[in-house]
Design a protein. Structure first.
Length: 278
């Protein structure tokens, strides 16, 4: 959540600490000091934000109670990312150039070894593929969107060490059994619901070699912190990995680089690093 969003939420929460009579008297002062037009806008802001908060809580509760896919169904993901304007190459999600280069040096290159068979899930327009491909012995890229597969084939297909495959959104069809040493996925599992993540984890067991490492960015709180995250929690993901025999190597919301602290994402997202026992 951005600082502005946090401030707005704080304002809305604090409003509940005042009685109706107090609020009415405060509004009287605001009205006298700022005039009708400005005070009307303020009242509209408070009223609509209260409705927005109520709707958001209700959306989350109903989704959980009825097991609805919300905004993270495979069909919706396929449509969104097929129709997406990829002209910014995925850098619309880059928090700052420093954040990106630190993520590459402190996370990607720290955990994804050089010269090994690597799999990227959801490469999009290749924001991380550009770093992974030259380092990999062979790079598989699997994406639910045909558009992304086309872009990656155009950008990286000239190199003999790449294979890009369209996925149903919950399978790694075309990636051979026991063929992968390192797995990377960023800004993708935040959009995949628990049921489909479960199917992917079964696929990890099939394609990852013993000793292989996985680095996956995902949501932590089933969408309750905003950002249209899926229903996955950190606890769910950890349990799914453990049940499939993977050990957790590292799990973090932020990292430190030369005194600077960087967050994985804006919505308390997490990176989980896991390993298949050697
Ligand atoms: C927000 S974009 C991020 C793209 C890229 N990873 C990046 O960081 O720039 C989400 C990507 O995940 C892909 N995606 C979404 N759901 C997926 C799924 N279930 N399986 C594979 N790819 C998926 C989308 O097609 C898109 O390429």
């Amino acid at each position: 959540m951005t600082t502005t969003q946090l401030k707005a939420r704080e304002l809305i929460r604090n409003r509940r600490r005042l009685s109706f009579a107090r609020k009415a008297s405060l509004f009287g002062i605001v009205l006298r000091e700022n005039g009708l037009a400005w005070t009307t806008l303020l009242a509209a802001y408070y009223a609509t934000s209260a409705v927005a908060e109520w709707s958001f809580a209700r959306l989350q509760r109903t989704k959980a109670e009825r097991g609805l896919p919300g905004t993270s169904s495979l069909r919706l993901n396929e449509r969104i990312w097929t129709d997406w304007d990829w002209s910014s190459g995925g850098d619309e999600w880059t928090l700052s150039p420093e954040w990106k280069s630190s993520l590459i040096s402190c996370v990607l290159t720290r955990y994804v070894p050089e010269g090994v068979d690597t799999l990227e899930i959801g490469p999009g327009a290749g924001r991380w593929t550009a770093v992974l491909q030259p380092r990999a012995r062979h790079l598989f890229g699997v994406d639910i969107s045909e558009t992304c597969i086309d872009i990656c084939r155009r950008k990286f297909g000239g190199s003999s060490n790449t294979t890009f495959l369209k996925s149903s959104g919950a399978d790694l069809n075309g990636v051979p059994d026991r063929s992968i040493d390192a797995l990377w996925s960023f800004d993708v599992f935040v959009h995949i619901n628990r049921r489909d993540v479960e199917a992917y984890v079964r696929e990890f067991s099939r394609v990852m070699r013993h000793g292989a490492v996985g680095v996956i960015h995902h949501g932590s709180g089933a969408g309750t912190q905003g950002g249209w995250r899926s229903d996955l929690t950190t606890a769910d993901f950890t349990r799914l990995l453990n049940e499939s025999g993977f050990e957790i190597v590292d799990q973090f919301e932020r990292w430190e680089d030369n005194g600077e602290v960087y967050s994985v994402g804006l919505y308390q997202d997490v990176v989980t690093v896991f390993r298949r026992a050697a």
